[in-house]
Design a protein around this ligand. Structure first.
Ligand SMILES: C[S@@+](CC[C@H](N)C(=O)[O-])C[C@H]1O[C@@H](n2cnc3c(N)ncnc32)[C@H](O)[C@@H]1O
Length: 341
């Protein structure tokens, strides 16, 4: 490398580090409601915001300096004013950038855990997600903000399976439902469907119930705690969906696919949505796929790994079902639909 290329690379890496710092500052503002408070109250001093939110004044003062430095706040004398960029960090903004900040801090947490655990090979499992009590409450909202737009604008309109479920006013089961956003989104789109969401975490189910109630869907959507690997339901279901949940239970894929097939009505469909691990490692350099590599490191810590769409299709075939692979987001997201052959 020439001296000037080294200098150029140094500048580039330093700017990337500033990007990480800026998302760290944004995360603090999200996790403690600082952006939202400024959005609601208008220009306020750090002391006023701290008092309003019951936070420590000195910490809020330091945060306000950092948020100003990275352009999330403007200043009017002693008062802080939300900038346009800061407004975009508000979780209530329809185009919120909240998931980018939460995802960035989660990645750093996983990087730290991977750095330590690589020495022993230990894989502590999904409890690692809960180690940061500020991150965990944002996990569901992060997934919803990241993926509900893609679902509503591209996946739903382009897959016939969603028109079918709407026309037959069918029943949908969401296994590993998280905060239940997928069922809420489907219920909005398809006024006749009924849904049941299952998740292993009690907190997720409580959140899903609350959000469904707030959206007026309590009579059509129900949620319960349970394990996908032992799932059992009264009668046949028209659609079983799993979003970003299959890779959590892949170690028992034969059991899971048998459960999926056995619960399906004759003309029903299983719809599995997963990040698409590329067949060709060189694809990991593509900007849309690059984050998959970091996610997969975090998945490793949790005892999981990301799946290739063809592997999912093969599991459907082994269960006696016919798969169809659909790719979205420049190939970084896969929706695999399986029907009884
Ligand atoms: C990455 S999250 C996806 C959540 C949701 N489907 C979404 O798209 O927002 C994976 C979810 O699967 C749930 N999960 C993982 N293993 C499970 C199991 N064995 N039984 C039930 N739920 C499980 C987790 O609690 C978590 O909510």
């Amino acid at each position: 490398m020439t001296e000037s290329t080294i200098e150029e690379t140094r500048k580039q890496i330093r700017m990337q580090a500033q990007g990480t710092m800026s998302l760290g500052v944004a995360f603090i503002g999200i996790a403690n409601g600082l952006f939202e408070a400024l959005r609601q109250r208008g220009p306020s001093t750090a002391g006023e915001i701290a008092q309003h939110l019951g936070l420590d004044r000195d910490y809020v003062t330091r945060w306000a300096d950092a948020a100003y430095a990275f352009g999330f706040l403007e200043r009017e004398g002693e008062r802080c004013v939300l900038s346009e960029k800061g407004d975009l960090m508000c979780p209530s903004h329809p185009k919120t950038l909240m998931p980018v900040a939460v995802g960035s801090v989660l990645s750093m947490h996983m990087a730290d855990r991977a750095a330590e655990l690589m020495r022993t090979g230990e894989r502590p499992g999904e409890k690692v997600l809960g180690e940061r009590k500020t991150i965990l409450p944002w996990f569901g909202a992060m997934l919803e903000a990241n993926f509900s737009g893609l679902f509503e604008q591209e996946i739903c309109p382009n897959l016939s399976v969603f028109r079918e479920i709407d026309q037959k006013n069918g029943t949908v089961v969401d296994l590993g439902c998280g905060n239940g956003w997928y069922l809420r989104s489907l219920a909005r789109r398809c006024p006749g469907i009924r849904g049941m969401g299952l998740d292993g975490f009690e907190e997720n189910i409580q959140k899903a119930r609350q959000l469904s109630k707030d959206a007026g869907f309590s009579d059509r959507l129900t949620f319960r705690v349970g394990d996908i690997k032992t799932f059992a339901h009264g009668g046949p279901v028209d659609m079983v969906v799993m979003n970003r949940a299959l890779h959590h239970v892949w170690d028992e894929k034969e059991t899971v696919f048998r459960i999926l097939r056995d619960h399906l009505a004759k003309d029903g469909a299983v719809v599995i949505w997963e990040p698409a691990w590329p067949e060709n490692p060189a694809d990991l350099r593509e900007p849309r796929k690059r984050p998959l590599a970091m996610q997969n490191l975090g998945e490793h810590v949790q005892g999981n790994h990301l799946l290739r769409p063809q592997e999912i299709a093969e599991a459907f075939r082994e269960a006696g079902m016919t798969p169809e692979i659909h790719l979205f987001s420049e190939g970084a997201e896969a929706v695999v639909v399986g029907r009884i052959a």
